[in-house]
Design a protein around this ligand. Structure first.
Ligand SMILES: Nc1nc2c(ncn2[C@@H]2O[C@H](COP(=O)(O)OP(=O)(O)OP(=O)(O)O)[C@@H](O)[C@H]2O)c(=O)[nH]1
Ligand SMILES: [Mg+2]
Length: 198
């Protein structure tokens, strides 16, 4: 038995600084006529019961995408875990599935496969991974977590810790291998974004 879609809330992480894109609000950059974060939202929403967005600026532009928007609960952009905590704190379902805003081609069966592994392994976190040159590459911002982890993550961040992998290692985490590494390509620079349009 796998998790019900309705038990999972989707989260698009769009709270970064975009420093490699000259400080641009990456989620609002045009990609094939739509803001980049909206691609992620449209791809994730059929996989989950409801959606949220994490953003720290241009809040109204993200709200116009039709989902509630939550800023980081900590100041100074401490990294993606702060966005994940925003999602966990506002999650009204038992599970949260997150994706970054800069990776619009992630697998359409992402959540289904993460959920299957989470249940099978009785894990707290399921993380997407691919093989790159024969080595396992984790993509920890593509993950499914139990919403009850909010307290643990809040503590971790208040200890001054920032590393996603370090926090996840405190819990029972399972990696889920996806075949298509290109599906996880993320646009960090303006050139990356142009290469996605081709
Ligand atoms: N909420 C929140 N999300 C973050 C933060 N830093 C990164 N992210 C998100 O984490 C994901 C992956 O991060 P990066 O690709 O490094 O994004 P970025 O910080 O916008 O870009 P750079 O400044 O160029 O590293 C993206 O979805 C970002 O929006 C942060 O401090 N807070
Ligand atoms: Mg990135």
């Amino acid at each position: 038995m796998t998790l019900l879609r309705e038990e999972i809330t989707g989260l698009v992480l769009a709270g970064g600084r975009g420093s490699r894109m000259g400080g641009a609000d990456k989620g609002l950059q045009n990609h094939r006529g739509l803001p980049l974060a909206l691609h992620a939202l449209l791809r994730l929403s059929p996989q989950v019961g409801g959606m949220m967005v994490n953003a720290n600026r241009n809040i109204a532009a993200y709200e116009a995408m039709g989902a509630p928007v939550w800023p980081d609960p900590l100041p100074d952009h401490p990294g993606p875990l702060a966005g994940l905590l925003a999602g966990l704190e506002h999650c009204e379902t038992a599970y949260l599935a997150s994706v970054p805003c800069d990776s619009p081609n992630f697998p359409p069966d992402l959540v289904e496969r993460l959920a299957e592994a989470l249940q099978r392994e009785d894990a707290d976190i399921a993380i997407a991974a691919t093989l790159e040159d024969g080595r396992l590459q984790r993509h920890p911002v593509f993950c499914l977590l139990k919403a009850g982890l909010a307290e643990s993550l809040r503590e971790f961040l208040h200890e001054g810790e920032r590393k996603v992998g370090l926090w996840m290692a405190r819990h029972r985490a399972v990696e889920v291998l996806f075949d298509d590494a290109a599906a996880f390509f993320n646009a960090n620079t303006a050139e990356d974004l142009r290469s996605l349009q081709r």
